[in-house]
Design a protein around this ligand. Structure first.
Ligand code: UD1
Length: 358
C-alpha cells in the first residue's frame, strides 16, 4: 500500500487481533538456516520484510511452501551459503542476521551493508566484535560485509552497548560453535527470548535469554524437523493501546502478551486511561482528556523507541506540556516536522528531547 487515507474524529471501538512479531520473524527466518532440515513457522506477520527474507532464503537454496498467508514450511537441507543476493540484503536492516546464521551453518557469509529506516548512524561494530571473538575474520568494504571462519569456538563477549541485533546475531553464530559462549550486557527484548525459544525448540541449548547474561552451550546439530509459532508483536500491541487512548476509544486487543507492554500500561494509567489485563488480551479505554506525561526511551523493559513515534502525536492531545527523551537513536524525531505542520506545538532540543504542548 502506497498511502493511507485517514478520516479523523472517530473514537476507536471494537476488537483487533495482533500479528506475529516482525522483529522476531525476521530473526527466526534466517535462524532456520542453522537447521539443515524442515520446519514450519506459524503466526508470521504479513509484511514485506518477511516476503523479502523468504525470497533471499529461496535464493540461498531453501524450499519454502506457504501453507497459509501466515504459515510456511521451510526446507533448509540444500543451502549454498555463497548465494545471498547483495542487492536484496542491503535493502533492509535485519539482513544482518544472515551473517550470524550463515557463519553458524557453513562458516562463511556475505551480505550488503544493511539498510533500513534512517534513524542516524546505525553501526554494527558489536555484531562484528562478537563474530571476531568466536574466531571469524570479518571484512567491511565496497558496500558489503564478509565473514569467514574455519571453526567457530565459544568465547565470553561483553556488549559495550545493549543491542538487540548484536545479541541475536551472536546467539545465532554460537548455537553450533564448540563450547559455551557467554553474552554479557545482552539485550532483553521479547523477540530475543522468542528467537532463543525457537532455537531451543529445535535442540539448541540457550539459557538466560531475557536477562543480561545469555549462555549458549554449543550443540553439534539441531533437530531435523519442528514447528514454531512466532510471539505476538509488542510494538503493534502498544500502537493500538495508544490509539485507543488518543481517540478516547475502547478497544479489545487480542492475541497479545500484556506483560510485554508493562511500560506502556504504566504510562496510560498515569495519564488517566484504563487498561485491563485479560491474560492473552488487553482492553484499553479512555473517557476523558488524558494528562501530560514524561517518557524516556530505553532498552526493554523500558519504553520502546519504536513506540516513541506513535506516542508523540498522542501527547499533543493531552493536558499540559509533555516531554519525550530519545536515548536509543540520534535522529528519531523526523516525524515532528510534519506533526507541527498539522498544527502541533512541539519543540525539539539537541535532537534528544521533544517538548510537546498539549
Ligand atoms: C532493533 C529493532 C528496531 C528497534 C531497535 C531498538 C530489529 C530488526 N529491529 O534494531 O526495530 O528500534 O532494535 O529497540 O529487531 N548500536 C551500535 N553498535 C552495534 C549495534 C547497535 O552502536 O553494533 C547502537 C545503534 O546505533 C542504536 C543502539 O545501539 O543506537 C541500539 O541498536 P540495536 O538494539 O542494535 O537496534 P537494531 O538491532 O538495529
Amino acid at each position: 500500500m502506497d498511502k493511507f487515507v485517514i478520516k479523523g474524529g472517530t473514537r476507536l471501538k471494537g476488537e483487533v487481533t495482533i500479528s506475529g512479531a516482525k522483529n522476531a520473524a525476521v530473526a527466526i527466518l534466517p535462524a532456520t538456516l542453522l537447521i539443515n532440515g524442515v520446519c514450519t513457522i506459524d503466526n508470521l506477520p504479513n509484511i514485506s520484510d518477511v516476503k523479502i527474507f523468504c525470497e533471499i532464503l529461496t535464493k540461498l537454496g531453501a524450499k519454502i511452501t506457504w501453507n497459509t498467508p501466515n504459515e510456511i514450511t521451510i526446507d533448509t537441507r540444500n543451502i549454498d551459503c555463497t548465494n545471498a543476493p547483495l542487492e536484496m540484503t542491503s535493502k533492509f536492516r535485519a539482513s544482518y542476521y544472515l551473517l550470524g546464521a550463515l557463519l553458524g551453518r557453513c562458516g562463511c557469509a556475505e551480505v550488503g551493508i544493511p539498510g533500513g529506516c534512517n534513524l542516524g548512524a546505525r553501526p554494527i561494530d558489536q555484531h562484528i566484535k562478537g563474530f571476531e571473538a568466536l574466531g571469524a575474520k570479518v571484512d567491511v568494504g565496497q558496500g558489503k560485509i564478509s565473514a569467514k571462519v574455519k571453526k567457530l569456538v565459544a568465547n565470553s563477549i561483553y556488549m559495550d552497548i545493549v543491542s538487540v541485533g548484536a545479541t541475536i546475531n551472536v546467539m545465532l553464530a554460537s548455537v553450533l560453535a564448540e563450547g559455551t559462549t557467554t553474552i554479557d550486557n545482552a539485550a532483553k527484548e521479547p523477540h530475543i527470548v522468542d528467537v532463543a525459544n525457537f532455537l531451543n525448540s529445535m535442540g539448541a541449548d540457550i539459557r538466560g535469554a531475557g536477562t543480561d547474561v545469555i549462555k549458549i552451550n554449543g550443540v553439534k546439530e539441531l533437530s531435523k524437523e519442528g514447528t514454531y509459532s512466532v510471539v505476538p508483536d509488542q510494538i503493534e500491541t502498544g500502537t493500538f493501546m495508544l490509539a485507543a487512548v488518543a481517540s478516547k476509544g475502547d478497544i479489545l486487543i487480542k492475541n497479545c502478551i500484556p506483560e510485554h507492554l508493562d511500560c506502556v500500561t504504566a504510562k496510560i494509567l498515569e495519564i488517566g486511561g484504563i487498561v485491563e489485563d485479560l491474560g492473552d488480551s488487553i482492553r484499553v479505554a479512555c473517557n476523558k482528556r488524558p494528562n501530560r506525561a514524561t517518557v524516556k526511551t530505553l532498552p526493554y523493559p523500558g519504553f520502546p523507541t519504536d513506540l516513541q513515534q506513535p506516542m508523540i502525536p498522542f501527547l499533543t492531545k493531552c493536558h499540559g506540556t509533555s516531554t519525550v527523551e530519545e536515548t536509543i537513536y540520534e535522529n528519531r524525531f523526523q516525524n515532528i516536522y510534519d506533526t507541527n505542520r498539522m498544527g502541533a506545538n512541539i519543540i525539539v532540543k539537541n535532537n534528544k528531547i521533544a517538548k510537546i504542548k498539549g
